[in-house]
Structures are given as C-alpha cells and as structure tokens.
Design a binder for this molecule. Structure first.
Ligand SMILES: Cc1cc2nc3c(=O)[nH]c(=O)nc-3n(C[C@H](O)[C@H](O)[C@H](O)COP(=O)(O)OP(=O)(O)OC[C@H]3O[C@@H](n4cnc5c(N)ncnc54)[C@H](O)[C@@H]3O)c2cc1C
Length: 404
C-alpha cells in the first residue's frame, strides 16, 4: 500500500500525521516543491518580518524527523507535474510514483501584479524566502507600498510600522479586509491602520509600476498619484496550485481552478482526496455552500480528515466545520468565525470594549468577528455549529458586553 501526499506544508503534514495516528503502516511518499520541510506560514507576515529575528521559519518537522518519526519518504524541492488516474501514478521530476491513495495538498500561489514579472523590489509573500527578501529590503530602509489590504497585506503594513518603515497600503475596495469580514467591520479596521501611522489609499486602483534600471521606483495609482517606493509587496489574493492537474480528470473549478471535492474531501476519482487551500468543499452548515477558506485551521482540519478518508473510505464523514481565522495587526487580534455572506451585520459590542460583530442569514447566526476579544470568539463558533438562532446570539452578546 502506498499513500502519496502532494504538497509538503500544513495540510500535507497533517495528512501524514493523521495516517500514522490511525494505524496506517504502509509506505508514505510526500512530494513538495519547496526545498524546505513543512513550516508554518502565519509567522511569515508577523514575527519573521521583525528586525533582528532569525527570519528563517522553524520547520514543524525536520526532514530527518519526517523520515524517522513519521516514516515518510520526502521528495523535497520536487514539483509534481501530472496525475494519471487510470494507472494511479503521479509524475514528478522525470519519475513516477504509484499510489493506492493520494492526498492533493498543493495549496495556492500568490497572484502576481500584471507587468511586475522580473522587476526588482516587487514581492509577494507566501514562502520563507519571500519573507527574507522583504526583511532585507527593510534592512536597507526601503520605502514601502503594499498593494492589497487583505489579511496578509495588512499584516505586512503592521510589521513595517513596527520597524519604523514608511508604508502606504493601497486597495481598490473602500475598506481593508472587506472580502473576509464585509465592509462594516472592514471600516472599523481602517482606524487600526491610521492610528499606527500607515498611509491609506482606499477605493483606488493601481495603474502601473514606475521602473528605473529594472527596479521599482514607485506605484502609479488610477488617480494619477505616484507613490515612491523601493519595495512593493503585492497581496492581491491567491490561485489554487493545480496547473499540474490539467487534463488529469480531477474535477477543477471553472472559476479559480481549485479542486472540487464532496463533503468528505473526495474528488470522485478513486483513492484521491484533497485538503487545504487547494480544495473547494461544500459545507453542510452553510446550505452546502462551496468553501475554500484559505486559512490555517481549515487546512489543518482537512489534512487530518483527508488522509483518514483516503485510507478508509467507508468511514468517511462530512466535515461540518465552521471556518475560523485570526489576523494580528499593530498588537490587535482580529478573529472571524463562519461566513461573511450575510443578510445583515450588526456591531453587537462597540469598539471601546473590543469590537464584536455578528452576521445574520435568515434567522440564524452565521458569522462573528471580534477585535481584541479572544476569549469570546470560540463561543460564537460553537453557536454557529449548533445553528443558534439570531435572537439568542444577540442576547448572548449583550450579556457578554454587560456582565452582571
Ligand atoms: C504570510 C501568510 C500569513 C498567514 N497568516 C495566517 C493567519 O494569521 N491566520 C490564518 O488562519 N491563516 C493564515 N495564513 C493562511 C495559512 O497559512 C494557509 O491557509 C495554509 O498554509 C494552507 O496550507 P496548505 O497546506 O493547504 O497550502 P500551502 O501552505 O500553500 O502549501 C502547499 C505546498 O504545496 C507545494 N506545491 C504546490 N504545487 C506543487 C506541486 N505541483 N508539486 C509539489 N508541491 C507543490 C507548495 O510549494 C507549498 O509548499 C497565512 C498565509 C500566509 C502566506
């Protein structure tokens, strides 16, 4: 028996750990494009950008531990480039690996700004090597423009201010993080940036880059304004890493190319499951809406489940998980559970005691966002999982805001 895991990051590692925990003693091959063993990405936009920090991410497991503790045959620095579902083979670096079960955990790759290829000083942030390049630019005192005020872009701006770097954050939306938390809470996040001295250009598109001698010198906005910059960090979203699955027969989303799974993470191709940022999964808690959360907790939970289901399909169950993410800006913690796609959003607790916003769909609580209220967010996660009525959630929020 051979389990092949493609993608050596969070979802892939959790898949391997779960297989061993559930007693699987067969062969495991893990194919990963990066030369590094699996490491954690959230610190890349936080501690790893601080002055004086080591920079290099700590691996979850060293390559030696992958071999000795988990009994894995790691193929690191190797791109998988095809999957033959009839022969049950994955091709990589000129060889093929036969699988009985496979987990696709190839995650997602950052979208590039058109016209930025090959321009020095323009970076995305996905890998430990990207983080090192940004740190090095800040060591040289680079003025910085961040394009995209999602959670990665906002965290980069926060890290820049912590180092005293001048930074301007640009987004075509009117508020930061609006895709993830909606515009009402996004508007509240504007104050976090302003209070820390981050310049904002919101509701403004980017027209192009100013380039001198092959290196970026500024960002030209649609308004005609030019923001001088020696470093541009592009955080405009990601695309599922599935080019290697083209023509494989694995079902892919027409919208973004992500792998389409059922509620048990099965792709419909015998033996092949998917997990993490690469996977679209219908969520039974939210009217079977297809979700691809792009967050740490989902990748970890799905990786764990995918291997178990791949090795024992008869035991496979739907994953009724409530999506969760956190983001750290300027010493504030933003946390979100559920979905921002709602009929109504209300600020249930105002900002001076820490903000809580609740999201209603029909008569149910479907989402909650907090700023600096870490002890309460999981109580909303449980309520969403239990399909709590909206009125009960509002009562609970009022009680938390005014404890007796
Ligand atoms: C800078 C940053 C900060 C973040 N902060 C937070 C946070 O604060 N909170 C939160 O909830 N989430 C955060 N996240 C999101 C979280 O880290 C991701 O959701 C998680 O890493 C997804 O794991 P994954 O294993 O599915 O995919 P990935 O981590 O993307 O890993 C996929 C791996 O597969 C490899 N690969 C791709 N194609 C191939 C191929 N053809 N062959 C072999 N290997 C391949 C890739 O190189 C990569 O190593 C952050 C992400 C980033 C980038």
């Amino acid at each position: 028996m051979t389990l092949v895991v493609v993608g050596a990051s969070l979802a892939g590692l959790r898949a391997v750990e779960s297989a061993r925990r559930h007693g699987y003693s067969g062969r495991i091959v893990m194919i990963g494009a990066e030369p590094h063993p699996p490491y954690d990405r959230p610190p890349l936009s936080k501690a790893a950008l601080s002055a004086g920090a080591g920079g290099g991410a700590q691996p979850f497991r060293t390559e030696a531990e992958l071999r000795s503790v988990l009994g894995v045959e790691p193929m690191l620095g190797v791109w998988a480039d095809g999957l033959d579902t009839a022969a049950r083979e994955i091709s990589a670096a000129g060889t093929t690996v036969r699988y009985d079960s496979a987990v696709i955990a190839t995650g997602a790759a950052p979208r590039q700004l058109p016209g930025s290829q090959g321009v020095a000083g323009v970076h995305t942030l996905r890998t430990v090597d990207d983080a090192a390049a940004i740190r090095a630019a800040w060591d040289r005192g680079a003025r910085t423009v961040v394009i995209g005020a999602g959670f990665v872009g906002s965290e980069v701006a926060s890290a820049a201010r912590r180092r005293g770097v001048e930074v301007t954050l640009v987004d075509s939306q009117q508020a930061p993080l609006s895709r993830s938390v909606g515009t009402l809470v996004g508007a509240a996040c504007i104050d976090l940036h302003r209070a820390a001295g981050t310049e904002l250009r919101l509701g403004t598109g980017v027209a192009g880059l100013e380039v001198a001698g092959g290196a970026v010198s500024g960002v030209r906005l649609a308004t005609g304004e030019v923001l001088p910059a020696e470093l541009v960090v592009v955080g405009i979203g990601v695309t599922p890493a599935t080019a290697w699955l083209a023509d494989s027969g694995i079902p892919l989303s027409e919208r973004d190319g992500g792998v389409l799974c059922d509620e048990t993470l099965a792709t419909g191709v015998p033996g092949v499951y998917a997990a993490g940022d690469v996977a679209h999964v219908p969520n039974p808690l939210f009217d079977h809406e297809l979700m691809r959360p792009e967050h740490w907790t989902a990748a970890a939970e799905q990786g764990t489940a995918a291997a178990r289901h791949a090795l024992d399909p008869d035991s496979a169950q739907a994953l009724p998980a409530v999506p969760y993410f956190w983001s750290d800006w300027y010493g504030h913690r933003i946390q979100f559970v559920g979905t921002p796609l709602a009929d109504e959003v209300v600020i249930a607790t105002p900002a001076d005691t820490g903000l809580t916003a609740l999201y209603r769909r029909a008569d149910r609580l479907v989402g909650a966002c907090t700023i600096d209220r870490p002890r309460v967010i999981m109580k909303y996660r449980r309520r969403i999982a239990q399909r709590a009525p909206w009125s009960e959630a509002l009562e609970f929020a009022a009680g938390v805001a005014n404890p007796v």
